[in-house]
Write a protein that binds this ligand. Structure first.
Ligand SMILES: N[C@@H](CCC(=O)N[C@@H](CS)C(=O)NCC(=O)O)C(=O)O
Length: 218
């Protein structure tokens, strides 16, 4: 039995759950999953048993409970000998800044374009705030790819927690056909083709729950 358990929400909508799940998979750390449907009485009753915020994801490791997606990524990386971050100290600091920027920011994009992995062809109004978030994303992904292209296809060459943190954004780009430059679109294509992400998407496609408040766009 795996000693790690990741408690997650409905895969189609739970963007915060996807992030550490993807990193754990890429690190090859075995873990069990416990899935609770978002916005159900069962979620409200059960998740606070594991998570002090009553939110997912939360990682269970023996008596330890790690809530907050970014903290789970950090812990998973430590369990994997630091492989969740770039080896070079300067690149690692930059990757952490990039990951923290996602964790704390992009509110306009996140609220206008909820992650909805099954949906395609949705259109939402691209307000000035959403466009500003998209410009920042475009610059961030393009700068990383420019500087680390020689080391591999991910933001810092090798897959890292920074990629995991932005995986849900690649899915939003696909669902809402968001405008980005060619280099940024290239990173999205790499992410969308990732076999581990594909595994998540297959499981999400098999879910039946529809959350009306997360069904944005015409
Ligand atoms: N800052 C948290 C955000 C967690 C979060 O908002 N999770 C959502 C699902 S994606 C949730 O649990 N929503 C249920 C609720 O708020 O009741 C993290 O990074 O883990």
């Amino acid at each position: 039995m795996p000693e790690l358990t990741l408690v997650i929400g409905t895969r189609n909508y739970s963007s915060w759950s996807l992030r550490p799940w993807l990193l754990l998979r890429h690190l090859g750390l075995p873990f069990a999953e416990r899935v609770y449907e978002l916005e159900t009485p069962e979620f409200a009753r059960e998740v606070p048993r594991w998570s002090p915020t009553g939110r997912v994801p939360v990682l269970l490791h023996g008596p330890l409970r790690v809530w907050e997606s970014l903290a789970i990524c950090e812990y998973a990386s430590e369990l994997a000998g630091g492989r969740g971050w770039p080896e070079d100290a300067a690149a690692r600091a930059r990757a952490r800044a990039v990951a923290a920027e996602m964790h704390a920011g992009f509110q306009a994009l996140r609220s206008a374009c909820p992650m909805n992995t099954r949906a395609r062809g949705r259109r939402v109004p691209l307000t000035p705030a959403v466009l500003s978030d998209l410009r920042r994303l475009d610059a961030l992904w393009s700068d990383c790819r420019r500087d680390f292209a020689a080391a591999g296809p991910w933001l810092f060459g090798h897959f890292s927690a920074a990629d995991a943190m932005y995986a849900p954004v690649a899915l939003r780009v696909r669902t809402y056909d968001l405008p980005l430059g060619e280099v940024a679109r290239g990173w999205c294509a790499t992410m969308l083709a990732d076999p581990q992400l594909q595994e998540w998407l297959r499981a999400a496609a098999a879910e039946t729950r529809v959350i009306a408040s997360d069904e944005a766009g015409a």
